[in-house]
Structure formats: structure tokens, C-alpha cells
Design a protein around this ligand. Structure first.
Ligand SMILES: Cc1cc2nc3c(=O)[nH]c(=O)nc-3n(C[C@H](O)[C@H](O)[C@H](O)COP(=O)(O)OP(=O)(O)OC[C@H]3O[C@@H](n4cnc5c(N)ncnc54)[C@H](O)[C@@H]3O)c2cc1C
Length: 357
């Protein structure tokens, strides 16, 4: 069972002779299963937003009330452009915009340093695990995004709203390709974030909505200095920024949410671009399954961690079923008290005592 994540899984498949014939041959790797879909279809959720300095009195007042975790509230909504897309396709795909209100209100600190420090502290593996180098490379984008939004050393607190765009379009499909036949060489990643013009239209709607929220009467009092590099150096400039300026800002100041997925997608085995069948088995080889975010046919329209865990859980169930052990699996995954079988076998519950008058 291969479960190395949507970047390393396609790399390992290709190094193991499973992948697009032309790419394998280019690197002198013999072909066992010619699967053109391995490493294609990379999807992610781009993020952009507006972050402004909070005035000193806001830092004092709000820091007592808001946890500076970086995430104080989430709201989902749907852009007009995404609704148009749905209408064209005859589907209802739900909200595409996930707005996250965040604050960094450390009366002693500096918001940019706080953001960077969090990455150092919370995700130590990101800095030490050699397999995560591609992720570190992509992280730089987000670092730049935060630095463009808040000028270091000038404020003690920042508030903002960022938007995760959850319905990347057809043209925003990237790829993971082999750099060489050496397992120690990092793969070549094309994240294709916001390459689809319509995705930028959706994000533009999001940024305008965020601007409206930040400049609304109830939020305006928490907005201090506005210094959004290349976009606005005052509240007035932010309010007046044209669509063209906002589009340019989005393309410059967007980053990844690390929701890489779909690079070994499952589906109908007759489809040449499908890598795994619906039982997660890799086409053309025996005894190999993929169980991670790579198998998603398209990225889920929310954060990817829970879905990835469910893929792992489903994989365990499929393996147990292959070996005629589904009862053991059911018992194990419900902890012995929740599945249909356990409930059936459980002793009858004693009658409830009569309720007092
Ligand atoms: C900084 C960051 C923040 C995130 N925040 C959120 C969030 O808030 N909410 C959310 O839902 N999702 C979040 N995600 C995304 C979420 O973590 C992923 O979608 C999820 O972990 C994907 O699971 P996976 O099993 O596909 O891959 P992973 O969890 O990446 O697991 C793959 C594992 O394989 C290992 N591996 C790779 N290559 C090899 C090899 N050759 N040999 C041995 N081991 C190898 C890796 O070290 C890793 O442990 C975040 C991701 C990152 C990086």
C-alpha cells in the first residue's frame, strides 16, 4: 500500500516503472504499466487575502478576546462566476469560497515574525524531513504573500481575511514529473495555481467581498495602517483599487494551502487517465494499492485532511474484505460498540427506570 502523499506517491510509482511511458523512457526506467495519468491532474486550493495592521488600541482590546491562533472564524459562500460554471455543467457544486478571518494580536510581538515562527514551531518535520523539500519550496510563496501583506516591524497586530478557493477549474491542473531516475532528486512540480482565468474571476469576487467586510462600519474601527505592497497604502487607496489592480494583486499574492491531491486518480479503469480502480488498486500491476490524497478524482471542496484519513480507513476495509475479514474490520473500526454487527450482538439494555414525577 503506497501512501506517500500526492507529491511523492506519483514519483515513487514512476520510479517503480508505473507511469507515462514517454517520461519513464526519458529517464531510462523500464515500463511495467504504462499509465499516462500518474503525476497528472495535480490539484490544490489557492489562497489569497487582505491583511492590515490593527491600531494599537485594538491590539490591547482584542488580544484579550481573540485567540491569536491565526483562525478566528470561517464562512463559506459561492461566487457568481462559479454559479455560472455550475449552470453550464448542470450541477450544483456548493460554495467555492472559504473565507477565514484571522488575527495576530501580540501586544509584544510582530505579526510577520509570529506567522513565520508558527511554521517553525508547529511543523518541525517541514524543516527536517528531506521528503518534504518540495513542500518547503512551495511554502516560500505563502511566506511572500504574508510579507507583502504586512510590513515587518511597523505594527504589533494584524487582522485580515483570507480566502481559500475550493473549485479549481479545468485549466488549473498541474503535474508532478520526474526530474531524474534518482529517488533522491526532488520531482518537478507544476502547481498550476489560478492558471484558469475563471478561477481568478472567482478570487476577484472573494477579494472584493473581503474588502467590503474589512471596510464595513463594524470592522473599520479595527483597521489601522493599510500597507498592502503594490496595491494600496491607505484605506482610501484600498477602497478605490480597480478590478485590474486587484487581479494583478491576486496573481502576485496567492499561495498554496498544501491541499495537493489527485495525482493518481481513481475512476473507471477503462479511462486511460485513471490510475487506480474504485478499490484503490493500481491498474496493470498486482498487489498494489494507493491510499492517500492522490486517489481523489478531483480535490474535495473543503480541507483535505479528513478526506485523506477516510481514504485510509476505506483502504483498510477493502483489504480486510479481500481476505474475508470484514467482520474483524467492522468490529475494529467501531471500537466494538457501534457497528450493526456489534449492536446486534450486544446484550439487551436494561429497562430504563421510571422517570420521577
Ligand atoms: C503546512 C500544512 C498545513 C495543512 N493544514 C491543513 C489543515 O488545516 N486542514 C486540512 O484539512 N489539511 C491541511 N493540510 C493538508 C493535509 O495535511 C493533507 O491533505 C493530508 O495530510 C494528505 O494526506 P496524505 O496521506 O495524502 O499525505 P501525507 O499526510 O503527506 O502523508 C504522506 C507521508 O508519506 C511520507 N513519505 C513520503 N515519501 C516517502 C518515502 N519515500 N518513504 C517513506 N515515507 C515517505 C511523508 O513523510 C508523509 O508522512 C495541511 C498540509 C500542510 C503541509
Amino acid at each position: 500500500i503506497l501512501s506517500a502523499g500526492a507529491i511523492a506517491t506519483p514519483q515513487l510509482l514512476m520510479l517503480s516503472s508505473i507511469g507515462p511511458r514517454d517520461q519513464l523512457e526519458e529517464h531510462g526506467i523500464p515500463v511495467v504499466s504504462d499509465l499516462p495519468g500518474v503525476g497528472s491532474n495535480l490539484q490544490d486550493h489557492p489562497v489569497s487575502g487582505l491583511i492590515v495592521s490593527a491600531p494599537p488600541e485594538a491590539v490591547e482590546k482584542l488580544s484579550a478576546r481573540l485567540d491569536s491562533s491565526g483562525l478566528n472564524g470561517v464562512a463559506f459562500t459561492k461566487s457568481r462566476k462559479d454559479k455560472e460554471r455550475d449552470d453550464r455543467a448542470g450541477v450544483d457544486s456548493g460554495p467555492d469560497l472559504e473565507l477565514v478571518f484571522l488575527s495576530r494580536l501580540d501586544p509584544l510581538g510582530n505579526p510577520v515574525k509570529a506567522f513565520v515562527h508558527d511554521f517553525q514551531g508547529k511543523f518541525p518535520q517541514l524543516h527536517t524531513n528531506p521528503w518534504l523539500q518540495p513542500v518547503r519550496d512551495l511554502l516560500h510563496k505563502t511566506g511572500q504573500f504574508l510579507v507583502t501583506s504586512v510590513v515587518e516591524g511597523k505594527a504589533k497586530g494584524a487582522i485580515g481575511v483570507v480566502c481559500e478557493f475550493n473549485h479549481p477549474g479545468e485549466k488549473s491542473r498541474g503535474s508532478v514529473r520526474l526530474r531524474s531516475g534518482n529517488v533522491r532528486d526532488h520531482p518537478l512540480i507544476d502547481d498550476a495555481l489560478l492558471r484558469d482565468e475563471e478561477d481568478v474571476d472567482c478570487m476577484l469576487e472573494a477579494i472584493k467581498l473581503i474588502r467590503q467586510i474589512l471596510l464595513s462600519p463594524s470592522m473599520r474601527k479595527w483597521v489601522g495602517t493599510v500597507e498592502i505592497n503594490g496595491l494600496a497604502n491607505s484605506v482610501e487607496e484600498l477602497a478605490a483599487a480597480s478590478d485590474e489592480a486587484l487581479r494583478a494583486y491576486i496573481l502576485r499574492a496567492s499561495g498554496t494551502t498544501w491541499h495537493y491531491s489527485c495525482t493518481a486518480r481513481m475512476g473507471d479503469p477503462a479511462d486511460p487517465d485513471v490510475v487506480c480502480d474504485p478499490h484503490l488498486r493500481v491498474k496493470g500491476v498486482q498487489g498494489l494499492r494507493v491510499a492517500d490524497a492522490s486517489v481523489m478524482p478531483f480535490v474535495v471542496s473543503g480541507n483535505t485532511n479528513a478526506s485523506s484519513m477516510m481514504i485510509g480507513d476505506k483502504c483498510a476495509e477493502l483489504v480486510l474484505r479481500d481476505h474475508g475479514l470484514e467482520d474483524a474490520g467492522a468490529r475494529k473500526s467501531c471500537g466494538g460498540g457501534g457497528c450493526k454487527k456489534c449492536v446486534k450482538e450486544a446484550p439487551e439494555a436494561p429497562e430504563a427506570p421510571e422517570a420521577p414525577e
